[in-house]
Each structure stands twice: as C-alpha cells, then as structure tokens.
Design a protein around this ligand. Structure first.
Ligand code: CAA
Length: 258
C-alpha cells in the first residue's frame, strides 16, 4: 500500500507509525485509519517486530475525526457505513502491544485513538479532550466508555459534557497516561520502552496484553480464572524454561519466541 497519511518505519524490533496530515492537525479520515490498519497488519505478521509505537506531530497527535469529511453525513451514511467502528476496530484487535506517544492535541477521535492503544506516553505539551459536544454530537470511538474506565465517571463526565481539555499532568494524575516525558524526548522514550517490551517472549507479551484487557471485559473472579489458566499455559512455553533457567544460572535469558 502507498501511504499518503501516515509514515511507517521500523526501529530495531519496534514498528513506528507517524500520523502525517500536518495541514489538518492529523484529523482522522477514513483513508488514514485504513492505512493505520494496513500498517498494523504488516507489523503483526512481521516476526521481527515485537511492539508498536503510534505518534503524531509536535502540535497534534490528532485533532479528532475529520470534521469536513463527516459534516454532511446522513444518519444512513453513518449507520450503513458503520462509521468510525468499521476500520477503527483493527486497533483493538492488534495482538502486539501498542504505545501511543502523544504530543500536542489529542482531541475527540484523537483521544479515543490513543485510548485504544495499550498505554499512553504523553509529552509535557499534551492536551486531551472530548469536545464533540461542541459539534452537536457525542464521542463515537469509545470516549464515553474508555474514558470512565481510565479516569472514573466524574472526570469523564466533566470532559465529555464541558469539552474542557486536560493537560498532561492532570491526565497522568487521573490515570489516563502512563508517563509524562519532555516533548523532545517523547518518541525516543516510547521507542526505548517498546524495545524493552519487544525483547521479551512474544507469546508472553500477548498473554499479558490479553489478561490485562480481560480486566475490562469480565468480573474479577472470571478475570482471575482467565489469568490463572493463561499462567498455567505459560509453563508449556520454551521461553518459560529459558527464563527460569537463566535466573537460576545467573545469566541473561535468550528468548526463542520473539
Ligand atoms: N477535522 C478537520 N480539520 C481539522 C480538525 C478536524 N478535527 N481539527 C483541525 N483541523 C484543521 C483546521 O480546519 C485547520 O485547517 P485550515 O488551516 O485549512 O483552516 C487546521 O486543521 C489547523 O487548525 P486551527 O486553525 O483550528 O488550529 P488552532 O491551533 O487554532 O486550533 C484545535 C487547534 C484546538 C485542535 C482546533 O483545530 C480544533 O478545535 N479542532 C477540532 C477538534 C474537535 O472538535 N475534534 C473532535 C472531532 S469529532 C470526533 O472526533 C468524533 C469522534 O468521536 C470520533
């Protein structure tokens, strides 16, 4: 695929996707999301990739869904075309971990895209918001669902109903963001963290991602059962034998299934 809205690169064992519509603050149109999905397919199939970073520009991770593109949609256009959900779901189904490295604005669909990733690293310049109410709509890519799970009902209501933005400090305090990083170090630190992850056993990375995500989809007892069964299955992995033998022998493990 020819990419015209994103840049796709690799850094060692890390796949890097840079959203690249600078004139529109990385507004997310259908084509851009299709391209992200295609890039994720490639990274998912590539045995040399163990983790993925998605970033934007210094000014904007993404300022939301493309307002110009959807302004004249009818209900039928949105419903029949399964607008937003259709191609965005690919982010949710990716089995390799994704870090969103957010600088500048992450608004509306931009904030939602970041929340679909497994963790968010924020530059000190980051601003998160769900301003859809100002456009006469509501968040449509998970804002009303993932935000309360991440930061609780009170702050999620505040953001969705007043459209106010949250800066990086507040977002980290509230639990939306894993780390705050000086803007000029953001992508490097995200790649460093992704490189650490990608050095571990890939099946174990996937098991952890599945298990943590299960916490959002099930009761505590179901989640604990899922975790325990998955933990038991880890003893079938060569990498478990290697990891534990390496500890006992006081050496670095060499994981086979990366
Ligand atoms: N869609 C389309 N174009 C957008 C855009 C968007 N979401 N956000 C910014 N742009 C465009 C602007 O139209 C402008 O283009 P022109 O130069 O051609 O006029 C360019 O990007 C630069 O934007 P501004 O001049 O507005 O820059 P600013 O620095 O003054 O403001 C901003 C930046 C605060 C991000 C402002 O652009 C803004 O409020 N954008 C819209 C944010 C928004 O409402 N997002 C939610 C979209 S709906 C959604 O996402 C639904 C969902 O749940 C999936």
């Amino acid at each position: 695929m020819e990419y015209s809205n994103i840049i796709v690169e690799t850094r060692g064992r890390v796949g890097l996707i840079t959203l690249n519509r600078p004139k529109a603050m990385n507004a997310l149109n259908d084509q851009l999301i299709d391209e992200v999905g295609y890039a994720l397919d490639g990274f998912e199939k590539d045995e040399n990739i163990g983790a993925i970073v998605i970033t934007g520009s210094e000014k904007a991770f993404a300022a939301g869904a493309d307002i110009g593109a959807m302004a004249n949609y009818s209900h039928m256009d949105a419903y029949k075309g399964d607008y937003i959900t259709r191609n965005w779901e690919r982010l949710r189904t990716c089995r390799k971990p994704i870090i969103a490295a957010v600088a500048g604005f992450a608004l509306g669909g931009g904030c939602e895209l970041a929340m679909m990733c497994d963790m968010i690293f924020a530059a000190d310049t980051a601003k998160f918001g769900q301003p859809e109410i100002k456009l006469g709509v509501l968040p449509g890519a998970g804002g009303t669902q993932r935000l309360p799970r991440a930061i609780g009902k009170a702050k999620a209501m505040d953001m969705c109903l007043t459209a106010r933005m949250m800066d990086a400090t507040e977002a980290e305090r509230a639990g939306l963001v894993a780390r705050i990083i000086p803007a000029d170090r953001l992508v490097d630190e995200a790649i460093e963290a992704a490189t650490v992850i990608a050095g571990f056993s890939l099946p174990v990375i996937m098991m952890i991602k599945e298990s943590v995500n299960r916490a959002y989809e099930s009761s505590l007892s179901e989640g604990l059962l899922f975790e325990r069964r998955t933990f038991h299955s880890a003893f079938g992995l060569e990498d478990q034998k290697e990891g534990m033998a390496a500890f006992v022998e006081k050496r670095k493990p060499v994981f086979k299934h990366r």
